[in-house]
Design a protein around this ligand. Structure first.
Ligand code: GDD
Ligand code: MN
Length: 378
């Protein structure tokens, strides 16, 4: 018999919730008479989960995959999906936060091809949160959500409750799941044309505790950076290059003042030295951050290349200021605008040479490959 649905549930120390969540799914699907399976993916909780899952398997269509040595919510979910056999996949939490009774509505949207990825959402009309959320937790959740909004059209892209057709699962090598937000990763990297949402009430867990730590939040920021890089490769580089450049300006200023103050150095010498310091700072951060996904070429050669193009950029900056204020009457009267123009030209030059010459891209095909997610064939 072909299975209609696989419900993938990552678990870590959820022994007190396993039976309840399995039963809630059974209750929600009973009337539909669909053949389904529940796949728990447990990271060796050692709390009796495994034994309980065996026991439950006598009465309900559940099984548990226990991972040893591997940890993490996202990779657990991917493992579960890779072993799923149903036509559709639903991913949800074990702690009863996600209402199983919404699954039929999610599947209905998929089945009639109204949607191709359905998220159980707290932040659409009809959706809600448990009363007990503190303002801090709410703010946290909202900020995290806002940061992801440009990446998708979904209002609750953080949700861990979502459904899709298994044939639409992006190929595993396209996914780099760090942290918690596997749903967001699939939404951004999958080739989903019609993502949609059904409202849910998100209930607070009763048993056990959340594993969402501040470490996860930092991971989330790293994850976001990657997703922006994936979706808006040029803009992501441009913004990061700008932020690094801004911080470099502060370094420049500090060195310029500090060197004179500490060593009694003349202001021209201090200016020259501070330029090298700031440019080196920019190079290091651009290598680590802005162009972290580019080839790691030899440091010394890259550093000198970067300093050389920065020097050219600086010359363009000052040179255009000179030309504009000397030969263009308008700028003679608006020197600040001439200065800004010079800064922009120099910045543009630096950015382009950095991304085209200094930080060598990956082979073109590789980038193409990343951008064009292909669907897994069955
Ligand atoms: N296998 C495995 N390994 N499972 C894990 C791990 C892990 O390292 N960490 C957490 N889980 C399981 C939990 O057992 C639970 O079933 C589910 O993943 C969610 O974990 P919680 O610790 O309850 O997360 P949360 O309630 O803070 O976060 C949930 O809500 C967020 C939105 O507010 C998750 O659904 C998040 O994905 C979601 O963004
Ligand atoms: Mn939870």
């Amino acid at each position: 018999m072909t299975l209609k649905l696989s419900v993938v549930i990552p678990t870590f120390r959820e022994v007190r919730n396993l039976e309840a969540v399995a039963r809630s799914i059974e209750t929600a699907l009973r009337d539909h008479r669909w053949a389904y399976e529940v796949i728990f993916v447990d990271d060796n909780s050692q709390d009796g989960s495994e034994a309980l899952a065996m026991q439950l398997a006598d009465k309900l269509p559940v099984r548990m995959i226990v991972r040893h040595g591997e940890k993490g919510l996202s990779t657990a979910v991917l493992r579960g999906i890779s072993e799923a056999r149903g036509e559709f996949v639903v991913v949800m939490d074990a702690d009863l936060s996600h209402p199983a009774e919404r699954i039929p509505d999610m599947l209905a949207l998929l089945e009639h091809n109204k949607k191709d990825f359905v998220v159980g959402s707290r932040y659409v009309a009809g959706g809600s949160l448990d009363q007990s959320w503190t303002w801090f937790r709410l703010l946290n959740s909202k900020v995290a959500t806002w940061l992801a909004l440009p990446l998708t059209r979904i209002h609750d892209p953080m949700s861990g409750f979502f459904a899709f057709r298994r044939a639409d699962m992006p190929e595993a090598h396209l996914l780099s799941p760090i942290g918690y937000k596997i749903g967001l990763e699939l939404l951004v990297k999958g080739d989903f044309k019609k993502p949609g949402e059904v409202p849910i009430h998100f209930a607070d867990r009763v048993h056990g505790e959340s594993k969402l730590s501040w470490k996860e939040q930092v991971r989330y920021l790293r994850h976001l950076r990657r997703l922006y890089q994936f979706r808006f490769p040029f803009l992501a580089e441009f913004m990061q290059f700008g932020v690094v450049g801004g911080s470099g300006f502060a370094v420049d200023l500090l060195l310029y003042l500090g060197l004179q103050w500490l060593t009694g150095m003349g202001h021209v010498a201090a200016r020259a030295l501070s330029f090298w310091g700031a440019a080196s700072w920019n190079w290091a951060w651009n290598r680590a951050l802005t162009f972290s996904h580019r080839k790691k070429t030899a440091k010394l050669a890259q550093w000198s290349g970067f300093l050389f193009t920065s020097l050219l950029g600086f010359a363009i900056n000052v040179g255009s200021y000179y030309v504009l204020t000397h030969y263009v009457p308008y700028f003679e009267a608006h020197k600040i605008l001439a200065l800004l123009t010079g800064v922009l030209l120099g910045f543009g030059f630096n950015f382009l040479t950095a991304r085209l010459l200094v930080f060598i891209p990956y082979e073109a095909e590789l980038l193409e490959e990343e951008r064009r997610p292909r669907r897994r064939r069955r």
